[in-house]
Design a protein. Structure first.
Length: 164
């Protein structure tokens, strides 16, 4: 979230993301998982760190402010985080639930407002993309929302003007 305020080039954040991907992959390889956030059945947290680094690196060449890259990863980080909090409070287990989707939707609309109507649309769409079962939402949510923001940036730039 603070990346646009403190970073002027994407190489260091991308390298750190790659390092974090390695650090989260290694426990899967060695069988020493950090069970408080790692699932033995998938490596989705590794995917998230990789997609985070790739998006930040590539979008910097399009938008030097980094917001076009940061917003999609915030959707995943905070949006998916709120689904997990709601899920654990209500069901105490891993499951997709409409209550979590509603929480993600509200949060992603607020985050997306930074990029104007296009950001809000991206937040809405990615909230429902997160619901898709058996697909890694750590890849789909940032990729789909980034696609919407890039289309708006290049073809409808007036829709990426923030409301505040």
């Amino acid at each position: 979230m603070l990346l646009p305020f403190f970073v002027r080039e994407p190489v260091v954040p991308a390298a750190l993301a790659l390092g974090l991907a390695f650090a989260t992959y290694l426990p899967h390889k060695t069988g020493r998982l950090m069970y408080w956030f790692q699932d033995p059945d998938n490596i989705y947290e590794v995917d998230f760190t990789l997609i985070w680094g790739i998006i930040v690196l590539l979008t910097w060449y399009i938008d030097k402010t980094l917001w076009i890259g940061v917003i999609p990863v915030l959707f995943m980080a905070y949006g998916d985080g709120i689904t997990g909090i709601i899920r654990n409070l209500k069901y105490s287990k891993r499951t997709k639930a409409w209550e979590g989707t509603a929480g993600m939707l509200v949060l992603c609309i607020i985050i997306g407002a930074k990029m104007g109507p296009a950001g809000i649309l991206a937040g809405i769409v990615c909230s429902f993309v997160e619901r898709i079962e058996n697909v890694d939402d750590n890849l789909t949510v940032p990729t789909v929302s980034l696609s919407i923001l890039l289309i708006a940036h290049f073809y409808f730039p007036s829709f990426t003007i923030p409301f505040y």
